[in-house]
Design a protein around this ligand. Structure first.
Ligand SMILES: Nc1ncnc2c1ncn2[C@@H]1O[C@H](COP(=O)(O)OP(=O)(O)O)[C@@H](O)[C@H]1O
Ligand SMILES: [Mg+2]
Length: 571
């Protein structure tokens, strides 16, 4: 379409350039000198202006859009006719880039962006529908974006319909308006569409964003399109991104239901489900395989802890046994020598029957701190002298207690208590026969206190246990801490592979390492490089014009008269 040179002014607005063009109109960069504000001025193309039908629509557009104030709908400030007789609409000025243009330039956005876009558009549609306005031409070319992905506005109400408008609603329908690929089946049949037609178009747009393709083959022939839609009633949604939440796929399928009654009935319902999809996506992103994973960190540290504990326990048991043997041996040797010494000292007195001398000897020896008990009995077993006075004259009691091992000969030793003595604790008791030359003249019982030795042994054991526990904590703790570093690197690799799964073959791991992981990273980069050049070659071999570069025009098609063929679309 050849436009005349840029007008200097339209109405009171100064014209500075062209922002964009659609099938029906051209949009100028305008400036309002009164309030010093940048605006966008939309005018019909010259050839359209001659057609009263288009002029009428232009007025409807101004009224429909002017009726709406919403953060995700382009705001209309003013409408009118210039001195030269051109109709115009003045509206807020945006970057001029549409969703179609952005995707052609940058590629498809991420799932989170798609969810956000869809939520904003569905909310804006819900608002417009509640105000009685049906857009009827929702498509990527009519969604305007700001500099990022977050500013999203529905524009171009060029073929919108106002429910309460007497100009449109009550006149019989003679034409279909919209963009074929995005039109709801009822719109294609020429029936009056309601808000659910807009939701169908939103469904086609979402299908395109999620899968990268349109749901049905593109054609200019309305009959073929109708047949194609009947052949494939529910096109399968195969997402580009494997992390697409299942709920989003369901939403697209529900929006594309051939029967309007099976679709969402209001934009607000779509918004609600999109929020669920976002929550599902975020949950999956946080912990993709959460239910089956026991972290390597826990496993490795746990295993190390168990192995180390077992080894330390065995070592501790060995040390304890050895120490026990040494302490007991020492006490036995001491008791043994002392016992024999006392026995040889007392043998003569016993033989002579000198009880007083025997008692004096017992008293003398009992002053030794290490000796807890001493009793001497004669040949008949009657106690003559004892450190426990009460026992004198009684028979030497039979000892019950744990017999200690390790010593041979005539010596018998026990670990026991002396009955009747409440003060004495456990001690080592020795029974030694008293001999004079070869004849046995009596018996000697000696009690040696080894409590101090035992206490020393306990202290050593306590210190060893403490050292072992500290070792255990230190080793397991440092294993847990060290594995954190390794797992962070594994996470990096995991994320890199996820990028490949999403089709990003340009991704490279930039972290340089001089170890085995560095080798794995380099191999990953090689692999993705190979995949990237493989894709580039296959694209060279089968060049495809991406469908997103094709501008799909809005058309006004006269409805077929009952007898004749439908006429060709008018653009
Ligand atoms: N408010 C605006 N600010 C900046 N650019 C705009 C604005 N409105 C429209 N445009 C640009 O003009 C083009 C055509 O506008 P549109 O309203 O879709 O016209 P048509 O009815 O002919 O399709 C858009 O694709 C966009 O690039
Ligand atoms: Mg448009």
């Amino acid at each position: 379409m050849t436009e005349p040179p840029l007008p200097k002014r339209i109405g009171r607005y100064r014209i500075d350039g062209v922002l964009g063009e659609g099938a029906m109109s051209v949009v100028y960069a305008g400036f309002d000198p009164d309030i010093e504000r940048e605006v966008a001025i939309k005018c019909l193309h010259r050839e359209m202006e001659a057609d009263p039908a288009y002029r009428r629509r232009f007025v409807v557009e101004a009224r429909a859009a002017g009726h709406l104030t919403h953060p995700h709908i382009v705001t209309v400030f003013d409408a009118g006719e210039s001195e030269q007789g051109h109709s115009y609409i003045a509206m807020e000025r945006l970057s001029g880039e549409t969703l179609a243009g952005r995707v052609a330039r940058e590629g498809f956005p991420s799932i989170l962006v798609i969810l956000d876009l869809a939520e904003k558009i569905a909310a804006a549609l819900d608002y417009a529908h509640a105000k009685g306005v049906v857009h009827r031409d929702i498509k990527p070319e009519n969604i305007m974006l700001g500099s990022g992905w977050s500013t999203v506005k529905i524009s171009d109400f060029g073929i919108a319909e106002r429910r309460d408008s007497d100009t449109v609603a009550d006149t019989p329908r003679t034409e279909i308006g919209g963009t074929l690929a995005y039109m709801a089946p009822e719109q294609l049949r020429g029936e009056r569409t309601d808000m659910r037609g807009d939701l169908f178009s939103l469904g086609v747009m979402l299908f395109w964003l999620v899968t990268g393709k349109l749901p049905w083959h593109e054609t200019d022939d309305i009959q073929r399109l109708v047949r194609e839609r009947q052949r494939i009633r529910r096109p399968g949604v195969v997402p580009r991104d494997p992390t697409t939440p299942a709920i989003l796929v369901d939403i697209v399928q529900t929006l594309l239901a051939p029967d309007a009654r099976d679709r969402y009935q209001r934009g607000a319902e779509v918004v609600e489900d999109l929020r669920l999809a976002r929550r599902e996506y975020e949950r999956l992103q946080e912990r993709p395989l959460d239910s089956r994973v026991i972290s390597l960190r826990v496993r490795w540290s746990g295993l190390l802890g168990v192995v180390l504990s077992l080894t330390l326990l065995l070592g501790l048991a060995a040390i304890h046994a050895k120490q026990n043997m040494a302490v007991t041996g020492l006490a036995l040797d001491f008791g043994n020598s002392l016992g024999h010494m006392i026995a040889s000292e007392s043998a003569e007195d016993l033989l002579l029957g000198d009880r007083a001398a025997t008692r004096a000897l017992v008293q003398d020896i009992a002053s030794n701190q290490q000796i807890s008990y001493l009793a001497i009995a004669d040949r008949q077993g009657e106690i003559i002298a004892s450190t426990q006075r009460g026992q004198v004259g009684q028979a030497l009691p039979v000892l019950a207690g744990k017999r200690t091992s390790g010593h041979n000969g005539d010596l018998q030793s026990y670990r026991s208590r002396i009955t009747g003595d409440s003060k004495a604790g456990e001690m080592l008791l020795f029974d030694i026969p008293i001999r004079y030359q070869t004849a046995t003249v009596g018996d000697l019982r000696l009690g040696v206190d080894d409590a101090q030795l035992r206490a020393a042994q306990k202290t050593t054991l306590g210190v060893i246990i403490a050292v072992l526990l500290v070792t255990l904590v230190a080793v397991v703790g440092s294993a847990y801490w060290l594995s954190r570093r390794l797992l962070a690197l594994l996470d990096l690799l995991d994320n890199a592979m996820l990028q490949v799964a999403r089709g990003d073959f340009r991704y490279r791991i930039r972290l340089a390492r001089r170890d085995e992981l560095g080798r794995v990273f380099a191999t990953f980069n090689l692999m993705n490089g190979a995949l990237q050049s493989g894709r580039a070659q296959s694209q060279k071999a089968n060049p495809v014009t991406p469908p997103d570069r094709v501008e799909r025009p809005t058309v006004i098609i006269p409805l077929p008269d009952p007898a004749g063929e439908p006429k060709q679309p008018r653009r």
